[in-house]
Design a protein around this ligand. Sequence first.
Ligand SMILES: Cc1cc2nc3c(=O)[nH]c(=O)nc-3n(C[C@H](O)[C@H](O)[C@H](O)COP(=O)(O)OP(=O)(O)OC[C@H]3O[C@@H](n4cnc5c(N)ncnc54)[C@H](O)[C@@H]3O)c2cc1C
Length: 405
Amino acid sequence: MSERLIIIGNGMAAVRFVEELAKRSLGRHAIAVIGEEPRLAYNRVLLSALLAEEIECSDIELRPPHWWRDRGVTLRYGARATSVDPIARAVTLSDGTRLAFSKLVFATGSQPIRPEMPGMDLPGVHTFRNIDDVNAIAAVKGTGARVVVIGGGLLGLEAAYGLAKADCEVSVLHLMDRLMERQLDQMAASMLRRAIEAKGITLHLNAETSRIAGSGRVEAVELKDGSTIPAGAVVVAVGIRPSTELARGAGLAINRGIIVDDNLETGISGIHAIGECAEHRGVCYGLVEPAHEQARLLARRFSGEDARYPGSVPATNLKVSGVDVFSAGDFLGATAGADEIVLSDPGLGVYKKLVIAHDQLIGAVLFGDTSDGLSYLDLIRSGASIEHLRDQLVFGCEPTARIAA
Ligand SMILES: Cc1cc2nc3c(=O)[nH]c(=O)nc-3n(C[C@H](O)[C@H](O)[C@H](O)COP(=O)(O)OP(=O)(O)OC[C@H]3O[C@@H](n4cnc5c(N)ncnc54)[C@H](O)[C@@H]3O)c2cc1C
């Protein structure tokens, strides 16, 4: 008889997990997926392209209904899991349904952070996490409204770009002294700043928001330095928080995320967590590739392999048309004994920094030309020696082929 497996969350990690599991051991588990969002799973990474009107909503659906049926998965979307009883081994849904499980996987993702400050709940203040958010933000387009985006990280810049492209007057407020400080060094960030400003977006660095003002709806954003920026809409993109309430209620150990070991298992046998809700060795990855790696690893374990998750190398690409940015690994060179190889041509708008330690590539930042990003990422992930190509590496991973071409 099949083992009853419940996956809570119908996002990117859950889809990859079901796919990997079906490839390896179809029929071994009776799978039920519980998804709070009232739709089939979609590619969340593409929400920026959706906002920028580069793709249609139908383009981001990850799998059609028959894909789930063909794999025998019971899909319950539009249903929130409200409690988990780890002793009775049952999950309760918002409509009162109780489902028994033998194995349980949390794949509940994250929620956008809404900082505690006056005005955060005013109509016209949005976050940027799901399709409903995109629809709400997109309603601003064509109204001539001035939009303030709070947060100059990846999500904030992608939202700003989508709105500026639709002729909104957009200002980005960023608390730090450089954009995307979690992915870029000073040089790449200042080149990014110029490229974003060239898109008609106004940037305010070192800008600390004190409150959102308005009577009945948002009218302005006020900063700690006393200045005020008029706003008909605000997008808050200051970070994410792993969705852990359900797991906390079930008595699982939580730090920032749901704590899991190298088997991606919580402290309770048969209860696991993957994706953005999970915390492994103190790290919560806010990225899709680690979520996919965890999904694959757990599927291998559920199919009988003795695989362990060693952690992932974080890597990011900014999805703003004409602004190519890539960052991976230890891009600041914080590792002891790290060396940097830098190629910089501000005139051409190209900057490449490779970070090397003990003859291995451990980090990279690319601006302007990111064509070698994935090859660098492979090198970082593999830990292969780069001793023999160190003198050519910054010019690309296959310099000989390029010269010949
Ligand atoms: C606009 C945008 C752009 C992004 N761009 C990039 C990028 O360029 N590169 C990158 O690596 N990452 C990017 N990300 C992040 C990426 O989308 C996430 O890392 C990825 O979606 C994580 O997958 P997940 O399955 O862990 O979480 P999610 O995809 O968020 O799925 C979790 C699901 O669980 C549901 N859920 C939560 N609680 C419950 C409950 N109690 N009951 C039922 N369902 C529940 C949620 O509603 C959600 O649908 C981007 C994110 C956004 C929003």
